[in-house]
Design a protein around this ligand. Structure first.
Ligand SMILES: [Cu+2]
Length: 340
């Protein structure tokens, strides 16, 4: 029985290894701009071997200047000041000393709980693309201690360390006035590459030549199509031209598709020089005699919660419901993701 228990404990340990990174003390922050101000939020995920944490000490690295800690209810604060190794320029004023270590003391953070400790300051003179380590110590009672003091040498993976010092990641691109910007790593060059995906459905694209057509009552539908989705893009636009050949106003009020969780009716509008998308809760009017064109950059169907991205050359079934004319099925061919 004892052996079995031991075995169980060992395998539990092994299975938790994958999530071990979460158990390290770390900053909750994303990348910090070189020469940027930041409220660095240290996350303390556990105590010392089961014991409650009573003190958290953060040594502020060279290059983190004008620091101020955020007081915490139930904890005393100690700010240790000293001279910096270098002189920092802050709007023409030389800064040569300040807080070098912050200690939150005489608190009580049980091992089962998580808490954060915040220090505000400015990153200065640190090369873009580098990691700024803050050596951190947790004290638990008189004999418990966890040191987060290992600093990965440049080029090595900090994940390989057992007790890595929490790091602030300095962005490789600067806002422009950082003298060291040119030394930054190339990693950030395409950092924004993924951002354009959603807006992409607004880009101009020619309808595929086999665009679908349909007819219901006085409504003639033509030129229907949709576009292939980029990897990770969960939404996409659908387009069709609706010609009302009758003498009664009508309105497109609902669209369904087995390929999407739901389909909304949208329009693109210019707001303060920015193209924005707006959902049309009252549907899209199709006045008597009018030709209403759903097209990239204008009115469109919006496929939401798409589980399987649309693939060029395949088709998407849609069911359009009009207030007066009723419901019509269309098969939209999927064209290229971008204009041809
Ligand atoms: Cu949209």
């Amino acid at each position: 029985m004892k052996t079995l228990l031991k075995f169980a404990a060992v395998s539990l340990l092994a299975s938790s290894a994958a999530t071990a990174a979460l158990a390290h003390a770390s900053f909750a922050n994303g990348e910090v701009e070189p020469e940027g101000y930041v409220a660095a939020v240290l996350q303390v995920p556990h105590g010392c071997d089961g014991k409650a944490t009573n003190e958290v000490q953060i040594k502020l690295p060279e290059g983190f200047i004008s620091a101020k800690p955020m007081p915490k209810a139930g904890w005393d604060l100690e700010v240790i000041t000293g001279d910096y190794k270098k002189s920092y320029d802050n709007h023409g004023k030389a800064i040569t000393s300040g807080a070098v270590e912050i200690r939150w003391k005489n608190g009580d953070l049980p091992d089962a709980f998580y808490d954060t400790f915040t220090v505000y300051g400015k990153v200065s003179g640190i090369e873009g693309g580098s990691d700024l380590p803050f050596v951190t110590t947790q004290l638990c009672g008189t004999d418990g201690k966890v040191s987060w003091d290992e600093i990965a040498p440049a080029g090595t993976d900090p994940h390989s360390l057992k007790s890595p010092a929490p790091v602030l990641k300095i962005a490789a691109t600067s806002s422009g006035h950082d003298a060291h910007a040119g030394h930054g790593q190339a990693a950030a060059a395409d950092a924004h590459a993924g951002h354009g995906a959603h807006g992409d459905h607004g880009a101009a694209a020619a309808a595929p030549t086999d665009a679908s057509t349909g007819k219901i009552g006085d409504l003639e539908l033509s030129g229907g199509f949709t576009k292939a989705m980029l990897p990770g893009q969960p939404v996409g636009g659908g387009f069709v031209t609706i010609h009302n050949e009758g003498s009664t106003d009508d309105r497109l009020i609902a669209v369904e598709s087995p390929s999407a969780g739901r389909v909304e009716l949208h329009e693109m509008v210019m707001q303060n020089d920015v193209m924005k998308m707006r959902q049309l809760n009252d549907g899209i009017p199709v006045p008597a005699g009018a030709m209403v064109e759903l097209k990239p950059g204008g009115l469109h169907l919006m496929f939401m919660d798409v589980k399987k991205p649309f693939v060029e050359g395949e088709t998407v079934d849609v069911k359009l419901t009009f207030e007066k004319a009723g419901t019509v099925d269309l098969v939209l061919p999927i064209g290229p993701a971008k204009g041809k």
